[in-house]
Write a protein that binds this ligand. Structure first.
Ligand code: HEC
Ligand code: HEC
Ligand code: HEC
Ligand code: HEC
Length: 314
């Protein structure tokens, strides 16, 4: 983006670095030609690189805001409190607090009639909204500023239930299944177009090598083109919805075990986007950073679930 294109910058930093100081710092860095990740010679880390910091959520008009105390009380004599205390607001405990950045407005970008970010509405339609379980109850447990999501294996595991049906063989065919239920995620699993879950089964040799032709896969994702021009599929699970992956293939000669697995690519969309940017040459002077981002987007992959069965009679 051009250094002077302040409105364009705002379209990104309103979520990623939302303070007036950040906007000035970003514009200055772009104008300097130094590159966004570089500090000025001998200087401190530029303000825009601090991203979404405390003040963006806790300061308005030079005044401090925060939730009431744990016992429900609010600060009385503020003069004796550190940094002049704070104004207590229940807004901090409301899911709408998160919607500003995790929910598009009805007139914002949609594909196939569905907004690209719809997390708050998905939550509102779920039993969690009725049970009073807010975004904060899952993502800021006990007030802790964790915000763990799809990038964290433990968080993601806690959001679903996986049941394996162990393999049987009949007339030379192997059958098995994996049932996956969105049992504890307060919105679609996953909510965004960015992650991809790969559910798969394969027959392996005694050495653990996958036998050719035995790998079968199913995807849980909302897949869109990298330029956001088209939705290709949407197989996400709404809260409490289930899906079954059925494995069925001829028993391969030399097959010893069947592996059933769920893998997660939290940044699948970005991997594709960064690859396209590099291949088309449009990364321009951001080439080095885009290449690093591509590496990071691949490094975040992990195995969520894996189980192996000895194939009957093998
Ligand atoms: C409505 C809020 C919002 C806006 C506006 C927004 N983003 Fe994001 N962005 C997010 C969220 C939330 C994530 C994390 C998504 C995830 O991990 O599933 C993200 C992730 C990213 C990532 C991946 C970061 C990483 O660590 O892998 C990049 C790159 C990015 N955004 C760039 C942009 C750019 C460029 C713009 C402007 C054209 C923009 N974003 C506008 C909310 C926003
Ligand atoms: C994305 C917005 C956001 C950012 C950024 C943020 N906070 Fe918070 N903060 C909240 C919310 C929401 C709560 C209320 C959580 C609750 O009560 O469930 C909170 C609660 C708190 C509390 C009260 C905690 C308690 O135990 O009751 C303190 C203190 C606090 N924040 C300080 C900070 C500091 C310091 C930073 C920067 C390091 C920061 N916050 C960054 C949103 C944010
Ligand atoms: C000012 C905008 C803003 C607000 C308000 C905000 N977020 Fe975020 N959130 C972001 C951005 C931007 C990211 C992505 C950061 C990145 O990947 O670089 C993010 C990331 C996350 C992630 C991690 C996603 C992942 O893929 O691992 C979770 C979970 C999350 N936010 C939950 C919340 C909750 C819960 C609240 C309300 C208490 C909230 N956010 C409020 C902007 C915001
Ligand atoms: C009942 C617990 C629960 C509630 C309530 C909940 N989440 Fe999540 N959230 C999860 C779990 C588990 C994951 C990891 C699995 C996944 O990505 O769907 C997750 C993942 C995420 C992510 C990562 C991106 C992605 O594609 O999934 C974001 C962003 C997020 N939540 C935001 C929110 C916001 C905003 C709210 C409130 C409107 C909210 N969550 C309410 C449990 C919850």
């Amino acid at each position: 983006m051009d250094a002077g294109a302040r409105d364009e910058h705002r379209e990104c930093i309103r979520c990623h670095a939302p303070l007036a100081e950040r906007a000035d710092s970003l514009a200055a860095a772009l104008a300097s030609g130094r590159g966004l990740a570089e500090a000025p010679p001998g200087g401190a880390k530029p303000s825009h690189q601090h991203g979404l910091s405390c003040a963006a959520c806790h300061v308005r008009g030079y005044e401090w805001y925060g939730p009431p105390r744990r016992d429900g009380s609010t600060p009385g004599d503020r003069a004796n409190l550190p940094h002049g205390g704070w104004s207590a607001s229940r807004a901090f405990q409301d899911s709408r607090f998160c919607a500003a950045c995790h929910q598009f407005q009805p007139d914002q970008y949609a594909l196939n009639g569905k907004l690209i970010e719809n997390t708050y509405e998905e939550w509102k339609a779920s039993r969690y909204a009725r049970e009073g379980k807010t975004c904060q109850s899952c993502h800021m447990p006990d007030g802790r500023h964790l915000w763990r999501g799809i990038h964290d294996p433990e968080t993601t595991r806690a959001g679903i239930t996986i049941d394996a049906v162990k393999p049987t063989t009949d007339s030379g065919r192997v059958r098995a299944a994996l049932g996956i239920r969105n049992s504890g995620t307060g919105h679609h699993f996953p909510t965004y177009v960015t992650p991809k879950l790969i559910v798969e089964g394969a027959q392996e040799t005694a050495q653990g090598k996958i036998l050719p032709g035995t790998l079968q896969q199913m995807f849980i994702e909302r897949r869109v083109k990298p330029d956001l021009s088209e939705e290709l599929s949407d197989t996400r699970l709404a809260p409490d919805q289930s899906v079954t992956f059925n494995y069925g293939a001829a028993l391969a000669p030399g097959a010893r075990t069947l592996v059933l697995r769920v893998r997660v690519e939290p940044d699948a969309f970005y991997t594709e986007l960064y690859r396209d940017l590099l291949a088309s040459g449009s990364a321009g002077k951001g080439r080095r950073l885009i290449r690093k981002a591509l590496e990071n987007s691949i490094a975040s992959r992990y195995t969520l679930y894996e189980t192996r069965y000895r194939l009957p009679g093998q």
